[in-house]
Design a protein. Sequence first.
Length: 86
Amino acid sequence: MRAIWLGMVFALAGCVARQEAEPRTVRVEVPVAVPCRTPAVQEPAWATAMLKKGDTLQVKVRALLAERQQHLGYEAQLVTAVQACQ
């Protein structure tokens, strides 16, 4: 019985022995925020901003159609600026 006990103690003592860990290099990829460096997009002078209360319906409709084209161009510039940052 005593021999079994001693055998178990020595077996467990062998498991406790320290093994030095081998140093290794680990690569960790972490996203880093980078400031966006695109030129500022200037807001155009909207065509409807120059309308007067007494302008005719035809003048107002033309201004609205012109402003729609301005919005499309302005939005395209904004999308381009955002895509440059991604």
